[in-house]
Write a protein that binds this ligand. Structure first.
Ligand SMILES: O=P(O)(O)OC[C@H]1O[C@H](OP(=O)(O)OP(=O)(O)O)[C@H](O)[C@@H]1O
Ligand SMILES: Nc1nc2[nH]cnc2c(=O)[nH]1
Length: 181
């Protein structure tokens, strides 16, 4: 495991993002919408850096299988974690932008909630992986095409609690044993 972004670097990145978000949304009705589960640490830190008024919602999304069992659409669960967002400026908060499929699926689904606008902020953007024509509006850090864990992000449910972000090599992932945890 190799540390890619240490705690100080992450703090500076989140501060930078908070400033950019404040500049864009000052005077507007803003709701941050975190995408469970990986975004929770980033969201919690970002929330404490923002000084403008805003609401918060969380969404989970479930991938629907297609008839031939291939991965299909992500569907938003607009349940109790999603308060009224009608007429509000939504900023989707996610930990990482990889292929872009998650944002590509989620963004149009906000149309049915009659929001004023939908944009997105991600802590990390992996280079060279984008598969769809939608890009995040705010990006904390560009990272190489490696598998990362920590600061909310997991490998098989582990490592979300690390206060820094580290990369796992293919060998480390192959040798991962749940019984060692
Ligand atoms: O750009 P994409 O290729 O769509 O990948 C990005 C998504 O992948 C991760 O979620 P994951 O499915 O690992 O779930 P988790 O947040 O619950 O860990 C991350 O939190 C993003 O939502
Ligand atoms: N934990 C984790 N989730 C991802 N989802 C897409 N890319 C990644 C990654 O590098 N790490």
């Amino acid at each position: 495991m190799q540390v890619l972004l240490d705690e100080n670097t992450l703090r500076e990145g989140v501060d930078r993002l908070a400033q950019q978000i404040e500049e864009r949304y000052r005077g507007k009705k803003l709701t941050l919408v975190g995408v469970l589960l990986g975004s929770v640490v980033f969201l919690a830190d970002l929330m404490r850096r923002l000084t403008i008024p805003y609401g918060v919602a969380m969404i989970s999304s479930r991938q629907m299988a297609t008839e031939d069992n291939r991965p299909g659409h992500l569907v938003i669960h607009a349940d109790s974690l999603m308060p009224e967002v009608k007429g509000r400026h939504v900023l989707i908060i996610d930990d990482i932008y990889d292929t872009g499929e998650t944002l590509w699926e989620l963004i149009p689904q906000f149309d049915e909630f009659n929001v004023s606008s939908v944009h997105s902020a991600v802590l990390l953007r992996k280079k060279g992986r984008q598969r769809v024509p939608v890009a995040p509006d705010f990006v904390g850090f560009e990272i190489p095409d490696v598998y990362v864990v920590g600061y909310g992000m997991d490998y098989r449910g582990y490592y979300r609690n690390l206060p820094y972000i580290a990369s796992l090599s293919p060998e480390e992932m192959a040798n991962f044993r749940e019984n060692d945890r």
